[in-house]
Structures are given as structure tokens and as C-alpha cells.
Design a protein around this ligand. Structure first.
Ligand code: IPE
Ligand code: IPE
Ligand code: MG
Ligand code: MG
Ligand code: MG
Length: 366
């Protein structure tokens, strides 16, 4: 019988436990807390990424554009601006902005023209992470290897920093995209994706499911399906919770992946068949990304992932490993990535980055 190593660390566990999130493709984190610095000094040397994500050459351009976007105007209070920059410039993987640029490129456009849309998506993503980590939501103290915004600053500042980034995203689109019809199309697409029926709706349902006995999952990994050999698949596939889980994941996470590809297509004046293929690709990697996120919560270490692990089952989150077991969830992610690769193949050589990124989504360890 397969056994699975796992640990649950309560949200209240202190930062000093493990704060040595290191990855060579990220900028070195700038830590301010002495506990964090001490933990960092004890950590092993940076590891090289084993999977090529397909956009290492774009990453410096994304980072520079993010820094330039951190001019929030003279009326923005210093502390608020610092909190917004802290969240936006923290060492994230930058998958969503890269997807905007990759989509534009593979439809014959330039990634430079797609940069304003790429930055706006990362702003929405950063805001969603700040709010996701709040005590009223997932109550996390570690994000991207650093204290979360409400820990580093305070809760009110974190809420306002999220509000600020959400709004700045649309301001950025309206000011930086020169063609008015493209700016309008981008604003429309991003507002739909980030809105009440997609990202925010998915987050709301994610939290409701956590508290609803109908969706409750046992907190023990053995009962939650980690020992796959004991599972009755026919029963699982009929489980109504599976459809609800898919809907949550497609909205809370998939929507931002989908709109990233769509924004690239808008900026590049993509053809209808190109947009359809990008849409199919995005739907698959978006769901796969959250399935893998669920898996990593069971299997990864906080030091690698840059955020706490072992929390989803403890909070009673509805997750793929919780319903399908680790093997079933892994199989689901593999199927989705195979489908995404098929769509990327349709772009021939120019779909190479999309194929690499799909592989990265499956194989990533952080
Ligand atoms: C984290 O997304 C939130 C989820 C949708 C699971 P990422 O794993 O892309 O976060 P960063 O940007 O790299 O920190
Ligand atoms: C959150 O999903 C997705 C967002 C919209 C932020 P999770 O709650 O699983 O993301 P992590 O694990 O905290 O990054
Ligand atoms: Mg969450
Ligand atoms: Mg969370
Ligand atoms: Mg998660």
C-alpha cells in the first residue's frame, strides 16, 4: 500500500519555522525580518530549475515593466504604495504575464505590444493573492517566500493594497494601450474574468465549500483518498462534488489563465481559429494549474513552494487530491496537459513556448 508523507502546519505557525524559499529564476527576496534572514542563512544553495518554463528570456522584461508600473501617483500614501509594490514585485513565477506575451507572439504580434496587458493581469493576480491570504480567507503568513502583506504591514493596509492593485490594473490598460478599441476590449475581457462570476465568484465558492458539510472532506489523508488503491472509481466519478470543484477551480484560477491568452490574442489581432485554440489551451492549463497547486499542498515543502503546505485538507478545502487521491489528481493533471499540448501543436513552431509552459505546469515543484 502506498504511503504519503505529509504534514499539516496550522496557519498560526510562525515564520521562523521555514522561510527559505529559494529559486534561481526568481529575484533574491529582500527580507526585513531578522527571523527570516536567519532562516535564509541556514538554507541550502539555490537549486536550478529542472523544467524549462519557456519564457526565461521574457522574465527580465516583465520584471522591469512591473517596476515601472509601481508609480501610483503623488496622492498614494507611502505605506500603501509600499504594500502594493511589495506584493507586485515579490518573486512570483510570472506565468500569467508570460502567457499574455506568448499568445500575442504566436498569433503574429509582438510581445512588447502585449506588455501593458501582461502587467495588468499580474496586478490582478497580486491583488487576488493578498486577499486570498487574509485571515478571513485562507489565513496564510507566507507567500512567495516572504511574509504575506497583512503580516508585513497590517490587515487594513493589505485590504487597501489589494483594492489599489485591482483598480490600477484597469487604469494601466486604459492608459498604456494606445488603440482605443483594443483598450476597451482588454478592459472588458479582464473585468469579466476578475469579476463576480469568475475569479471572485470562484473564491467565494471555494470558501463556502470549506464551511459546508455537503462538501466536507475528511481531514485525514488516508480517508481523503491518498491511498489510491482503495478507491472506488465509479463512485468517485459520480460524486457531485467533482463538478462543483471543477467549477470553482475554473473560475478562481482558470479565469485568469484564460483571459491572459485572450488578452494576447486581442493585442495581436488574432484570427478566430487562433483564438479558439488559445481558449482551449487556456482552459486546460488553467484547471491543470490548480489541480497541481492542490497536489503540491499535499506533497511539497514550504521551503520550496514559498507558501505554507498541508493546509487544504486541514481547512476542509474541496480539492482534487481530496476527492481523487494523489494518483487520480495527478492523472487528471496529465490528461489536461496532454490536451493543452495538442492545442499548442496547432501553432507549429510558434507554439513552442506554449508547449514548454504546459509541461512546466505539470512538472513544477514550486
Ligand atoms: C498561486 O498562483 C495562486 C493560485 C492560483 C494557485 P502562482 O503559483 O502562479 O503564484 P506566483 O505568482 O508564482 O506566486
Ligand atoms: C487561490 O487558490 C487562487 C486565487 C484566486 C488567489 P489557493 O488558495 O489554492 O492559492 P494558494 O495555494 O493560496 O496560492
Ligand atoms: Mg484560496
Ligand atoms: Mg490560498
Ligand atoms: Mg493552494
Amino acid at each position: 500500500m502506498r504511503t504519503v508523507a505529509w504534514t499539516i502546519r496550522p496557519a498560526s505557525s510562525k515564520l521562523s519555522q521555514s522561510l527559505h524559499f529559494i529559486h534561481s529564476s526568481f529575484h533574491p527576496p529582500q527580507f526585513s525580518s531578522t527571523a527570516v534572514i536567519a532562516a535564509l542563512q541556514m538554507s541550502p544553495p539555490p537549486k536550478k530549475a529542472s523544467v524549462n518554463c519557456g519564457f526565461d528570456d521574457l522574465r527580465p522584461h516583465i520584471e522591469q515593466a512591473l517596476e515601472r508600473a509601481c508609480e501610483f501617483g503623488s496622492g498614494c500614501p507611502t505605506r500603501l504604495g509600499e504594500a502594493m509594490s511589495y506584493a507586485l514585485l515579490a518573486p512570483g513565477k510570472r506565468l500569467r504575464p508570460a502567457l499574455v506575451m506568448m499568445a500575442a507572439e504566436c498569433c503574429g504580434g509582438s510581445w512588447e505590444d502585449a506588455m501593458p496587458a501582461a502587467i495588468a493581469v499580474e496586478m490582478i493576480h497580486a491583488y487576488s493573492l493578498i486577499h486570498d491570504d487574509l485571515p478571513a480567507m485562507d489565513d496564510d503568513d507566507l507567500r512567495r517566500g516572504r511574509p504575506t502583506v497583512h503580516i508585513k504591514f497590517d490587515e487594513a493596509t493589505a485590504i487597501l493594497a489589494g483594492d489599489g492593485l485591482l483598480t490600477e490594473a484597469f487604469s494601466h490598460l486604459s492608459q498604456q494601450i494606445k488603440a482605443p478599441e483594443k483598450a476597451l476590449a482588454a478592459i472588458r475581457a479582464l473585468s469579466l474574468a476578475a469579476g463576480a462570476s469568475r475569479l471572485v465568484g470562484g473564491q467565494a465558492d471555494d470558501l463556502s465549500a470549506e464551511r459546508d458539510p455537503v462538501f466536507a472532506q475528511p481531514a485525514s489523508p488516508a480517508v481523503a483518498g491518498c491511498q489510491d488503491e482503495t478507491l472506488d472509481w465509479s463512485e468517485i466519478l459520480d460524486d457531485p462534488r467533482l463538478g462543483h470543484l471543477e467549477s470553482i477551480h475554473r473560475r478562481k484560477t482558470g479565469a485568469l489563465f484564460s483571459v491572459s491568452l485572450d488578452l494576447g490574442a486581442i493585442m495581436a489581432d488574432a484570427s478566430e481559429p487562433q483564438r479558439e485554440s488559445l481558449g482551449n489551451y487556456a482552459a486546460s492549463i488553467g484547471l491543470a494549474f490548480q489541480v497541481v497547486d492542490d497536489l503540491l499542498d499535499y506533497t511539497a515543502e514550504a521551503s520550496t513552494l514559498g507558501k505554507r503546505t498541508g493546509k487544504d485538507a486541514g481547512r476542509g478545502k474541496l480539492t482534487y487530491p481530496g476527492l481523487l487521491g494523489l494518483g487520480g489528481a495527478r492523472q487528471k493533471a496529465q490528461e489536461l496537459i496532454a490536451a493543452a499540448r495538442c492545442e499548442a501543436e496547432k501553432f507549429g513552431d510558434s507554439g513552442r513556448r506554449l508547449r514548454l509552459l504546459a509541461d512546466f505546469v505539470l512538472e513544477r515543484s514550486y
